[in-house]
Write a protein that binds this ligand. Structure first.
Ligand code: NCD
Length: 319
């Protein structure tokens, strides 16, 4: 895997990555997990490079994770505060992209509420762009960090059965995970009420279940998704109490999975809505905290791959 050539200039989604691309990122990330556990966590891989974090949508863990990752690699990290940015004054996304581009960053990390906005921005700039979540479309570094978490705990990805449960309809995390898990040969199920599944979801390469009892039977990984109330216009579930009763994860439902099945959640969690506190905090079964740790390592790997290449820093001269 060491000689693998990552042929992509940007990381806009998992769609289009090969199993080797994914394996390459995860192998590099394994090394960064070790580095991050040392008292001295910094290296100079991206010394002198500039990373701009550009979040047009709220984020705590993803933005912080990219910031920590960039700093550990020795890059200069700038967080663009969207609340006070020109976007609020009516500047278009393209104008913002051109303005940032003129500052000659090496990597732009972008989150945006509209699907496709990050790709559009990537077409207008000279540096590498990493999608940190675009609307309901993709969130590739989340899927990569989930894969790293699973691979380190289970020793493999291929052949495992993963149930992705809950609000698949609004979830870019689900889309990216489905693409990644299919690419590496895992079996993927989605478990959700019909109102929270996209039309023709089975075309994404998943088995579809509408009740937790059948959906969780014999799975290795139970991945819970947040009910994304902020993206819902209209009524998708009768009440959050009823939702928890039928689709929330508790020990009764977890019993149906394999005895060593592990629980994941991308965060932020709605306790008592999609997941009960006892299972979320069960240190033997829940990988939620490991996911956050793996997030930094995976983002370091992605930043190294995309931020170091000559293409990233030598855009055409600005006239
Ligand atoms: C996810 C996101 O923003 O898509 N969170 C994250 O990045 N950790 C999932 C969510 O918001 O529910």
């Amino acid at each position: 895997m060491r000689d693998h050539v990552f042929r992509h200039r940007h990381l806009l989604g998992i769609e289009g990555l090969t199993a080797d691309d994914i394996g390459h990122v995860l192998d590099l990330a394994d090394g960064y997990v070790e580095l991050s556990r040392q008292p001295e966590k910094k290296c100079s891989t991206l010394h002198g490079r500039t990373l701009i974090n550009c979040f047009f949508e709220n984020s705590t863990r993803t933005r912080t994770s990219f910031e920590v990752a960039g700093k550990r690699l020795g890059a200069d990290v700038i967080n663009m505060a969207v609340a006070v940015s020109s976007m609020k004054k009516g500047e278009t996304l393209i104008d913002t992209a051109m303005t940032l581009n003129a500052m000659r960053p090496d990597v732009l990390v972008v989150r945006h509420p509209e699907s496709g906005a990050v790709q559009l921005l990537s077409e207008k700039v000279d540096c590498a762009v990493i999608n940190a979540g675009d609307g309901g479309h993709e969130h590739p570094t989340q899927a990569l960090l989930d894969a790293l978490t699973i691979r380190r705990r289970k020793g493999r990805l291929g052949g495992l059965t993963v149930a992705i449960c809950g609000d698949v309809l609004h979830s870019r995390v689900a889309r990216s995970n489905i693409a990644l898990l299919n690419a590496v040969g895992a079996r993927v199920r989605v478990v959700a009420p019909r109102t929270l599944l996209p039309a023709a979801v089975e075309r994404l390469g998943v088995a579809v279940f509408h009740d937790m009892a059948a959906g969780l039977k014999d799975v290795d990984i139970v991945m819970m998704l947040r009910l994304q109330l902020e993206r819902m216009h209209g009524s998708f579930v009768p009440s959050t109490r009823e939702y928890f009763h039928f689709f929330g994860l508790d020990y009764d439902k977890l019993k149906l999975a394999k005895p060593d099945a592990l629980i994941m959640h991308p965060g932020p969690m709605n306790r008592g809505v999609e997941i009960g506190s006892e299972v979320a905090d069960d240190i033997d079964r829940s990988l939620v905290r490991q996911q956050v740790e793996m997030g930094v390592a995976v983002r370091m790997a992605c930043l190294e791959i995309l931020g170091r290449g000559p293409a990233a820093s030598n855009g055409p001269p600005l006239k």
